[in-house]
Design a protein around this ligand. Structure first.
Ligand code: NAD
Length: 356
């Protein structure tokens, strides 16, 4: 991979490699775009097969954060860190403090947070060495219930757009994956009186737990979840679940959930959903509750303010659905148009010199 070519093609600002001699910390930070503010994105710890694989993952994820943060109405750019190593072996206080020092060396151009294999506890170690970390245990805490709340409002917006009625109690739902966000979302759907809820998971412990807490929510096998006659398919498991094989099975009118990268091939699968008349709530817009939650740590965290901000996902999605219809593009593309437009406009209003 020619990194400069890739950076030029997708507009990256900065790519940083770092290595700590004491702890063996090996990592990459990418700052994609800081038009709207400091680049924010989590630190992912993964045993990558190669340096190139890690670098490409970091580049892609950082770019994704630019559009996620822009679409969420936050004054943040997009960035990401990947750490190369085995999470069962490398983690320690010193390891994360060493990372914190590299984050600090970027002087606020990049703000880190938790991601795959990093926790709020690790962020507390990072905090010992830098001011530029969010997602702390004693501040915004676990983001999953807030992510689920955002998805709940996203489901309501989708119902409103598709059926002209956002009353959750009139519809049936198929929730794929009952981990942190799926379980919380089922809670919100039940509270709103959902007519019927099905769920699937592949982990017997998760299945048992959900059956105990919500016995009326009906379990179905993993493959069966796609073809259920429901109004809303709610992906809350892994990415790439909707593709040329699974989309033809869908009988729902709406796809809206918390999962990231739901579409295996964004262009082809987004279009296929549109052609089938299925309304897709773009993943990076509907699942932005988590990043909205940590963003508030930068401005004095207040739960009520976060909840208000997360509710805005409702109107944002309606606007994106309108753009898709007006421009005859799929909803994922429309979400990109929406995010880029905000970046352009804000860059535009900042073009005059104001002394501060
Ligand atoms: P989680 O690990 O707590 O839950 C995922 C669940 O999906 C697990 O119970 C797992 O067993 C199940 N699963 C895996 N493969 C499955 C399959 N083929 N069929 C059915 N179930 C399957 O994760 P989470 O925190 O709830 O996140 C879920 C998704 O939402 C992920 O894609 C994540 O990236 C995304 N997301 C989460 C947050 C957050 O705040 N946690 C924020 C934004 C996006």
């Amino acid at each position: 991979m020619n990194k400069f070519d890739y950076m030029e093609r997708y507009g990256f600002e900065q790519l940083i490699y770092f290595h700590d001699k004491t702890t063996g910390l090996k990592g990459i930070t990418v700052i994609h775009d800081t038009t709207l503010g400091p680049a924010l994105g989590g630190a992912r710890l993964w045993n990558y097969e190669s340096e190139d694989e890690a670098c490409l993952d970091c580049l892609r994820l950082a770019r994704g954060m630019t559009f996620k943060n822009a679409a969420a109405g936050l004054n943040l750019g997009g960035g990401k860190t990947v750490l190369i190593g085995d999470a069962n072996v490398v983690k320690s206080e010193a390891y994360f403090r060493a990372l914190g020092r590299y984050v600090q060396s970027l002087n606020g151009r990049y703000i880190t947070a938790e991601d795959v294999n990093t926790t709020t506890k690790d962020m507390d170690y990072i905090r010992m060495e830098t001011d530029y970390v969010v997602g702390l245990e004693d501040r915004s805490g676990n983001p999953s219930p807030i992510t689920a709340l955002g998805a709940f409002h996203g489901i309501r917006a989708s119902l409103q757009y598709r059926f002209g009625n956002a009353d959750v109690s009139q519809y049936a739902y198929a929730v794929q994956g009952v981990g942190e966000t799926g379980t919380a979302l089922i809670g919100y759907l039940k509270e709103a009186g959902a007519k019927k809820i099905y769920f699937s998971d592949i982990n017997p412990k998760k299945i048992n737990k959900l059956q105990k807490t919500h016995p009326e929510v009906e379990f179905v096998e993993a493959e069966e979840i796609y073809s259920l006659p429901v109004d809303v398919f709610v992906p809350c498991a892994l990415g790439a679940v909707l593709n040329q094989r699974t989309i033809p099975k869908l009988k729902c009118a709406i796809v809206a959930g918390t999962a990231n990268n739901v579409l295996e091939d964004e262009e082809k699968d987004g279009m296929l959903l549109k052609e089938r008349g299925i309304l897709y709530a773009p993943d990076f817009v509907i699942n932005a509750g988590g990043v909205i939650n940590v963003y508030h740590e930068l401005h004095g965290y207040r739960r009520e303010a976060v909840i208000k901000d997360v509710e805005k996902i409702y109107d944002r999605l309606l606007e994106i659905f309108r753009i898709a219809d007006q421009e005859n593009i799929d909803n994922q593309q429309a979400a990109m148009v929406y995010a880029k437009k905000r970046m352009q406009i804000i860059a535009g209003i900042r073009s005059n010199y104001i002394p501060r």
